[in-house]
Design a binder for this molecule. Sequence first.
Ligand SMILES: Cc1cc2nc3c(=O)[nH]c(=O)nc-3n(C[C@H](O)[C@H](O)[C@H](O)COP(=O)(O)OP(=O)(O)OC[C@H]3O[C@@H](n4cnc5c(N)ncnc54)[C@H](O)[C@@H]3O)c2cc1C
Length: 387
Amino acid sequence: MKAIDVLVIGAGIHGAGVAQAAAAAGYSVRVLEKTAIAAGTSSRSSKLIHGGLRYLESYQFSLVRKSLKERRLLTRLAPSLVKLEPFYIPVYKSTTRRPWQIRLGLALYALLGGLHRENRFKKMSRYRLAEKDGLKSDKLQKIYRYYDGQTNDVRLTEAVMKSAQQLGAELVLPAEVTAIHKNKEDFEVIYQSQQQESIRAKMVINASGPWVNELHQRITAKEKISSLVIDLVQGTHIILDAAPPSGIYYLEAEDKRAVFVIPYHYKERLCTMVGTTEKLFTGSADNVMASDEEVAYLLNLYHHYFPQQKAAILECFAGLRVLPQQQESMFSRPRDTILHWAVPGVLTLYGGKLTAYRSTASQVIKQIELLLGKRQQIARTDELYLE
Ligand SMILES: Cc1cc2nc3c(=O)[nH]c(=O)nc-3n(C[C@H](O)[C@H](O)[C@H](O)COP(=O)(O)OP(=O)(O)OC[C@H]3O[C@@H](n4cnc5c(N)ncnc54)[C@H](O)[C@@H]3O)c2cc1C
């Protein structure tokens, strides 16, 4: 059996992005996914294609700059999937982040975004908006508006995977990788599909999201398997049967965290989504579930800011962030992807953002090129339209 060039584990946004970029760079690629496209974290995000205004507070400037560049590109390459929407930041007497800090943050955000038209921000009429959306107006001092991107994370992942397949990548699902044996020249990857199958690959990309370290336990090699110490941090959203706001509200919770209230298409109707939380998770990533405590936290926040709105919970969902274990609060930990060699030939992707998937995939391609050599390029991912 001839070995393929690149075997990708996981069809989340990173697996799809790497498959697209590797196929575009001329490599033979197969993706193995145990459940469905975007079955993991890539269907449980806040669905924002954004630089991440809040990451300025933890000085992650290069991540913000890179993500804003990707946002601009994605609004051009995937106009039916990524749209710019207004974001509103209300400031009350009790809000910790003062108007001057928000203006400064938005100015820096615009600067990192290259001062394009879409990065302009302005102060809004607070009474008009409060009346329109039912926002609490008591002690409301100011509202700022800026623009950022919104998407459907599942549809975006499917579109990237479709593009990868059009370039020649193969997708097998359901196909759970159960063992990876490192040989002298290549890898033998065993997976459970309708029956047990195996494939040989010159290189393996572990894009299995919160299952990354679990996957390392399935590798056998002469070398020691290297894993990063990580925390899985659970983030929950609730979907409410409540009048959707006219834009995305960026609100300060009681514990000072930023929480979004988002107009959201749910089963053909426009509802309201609120999220997210940050709660340390232990156990198997298969069992992540929204807790009562998180749901109450999000519902309280919604009722606090939108006291007149009636809201019944339609659905709750929870996803897992992969963050390096550090002393800092979860809110301040780096959100950029970390590329790590588990053993020579197996490259593992830790963490990252939906927004920056294409840029992450380009970094992975540089590593593939170093190991396998360059191939005849078929296409460029910054020119491929997604739909
Ligand atoms: C609550 C929350 C909100 C977020 N909001 C945003 C946001 O608004 N904007 C943004 O840019 N980013 C956001 N992110 C980050 C973003 O969602 C993630 O970085 C991204 O979705 C991770 O994708 P992934 O492909 O690495 O992992 P996943 O999407 O989890 O994909 C991993 C895949 O691997 C498969 N798999 C696992 N084990 C195996 C195996 N043994 N064999 C075969 N397949 C396997 C799984 O089934 C899964 O489909 C958010 C994250 C969270 C948790």
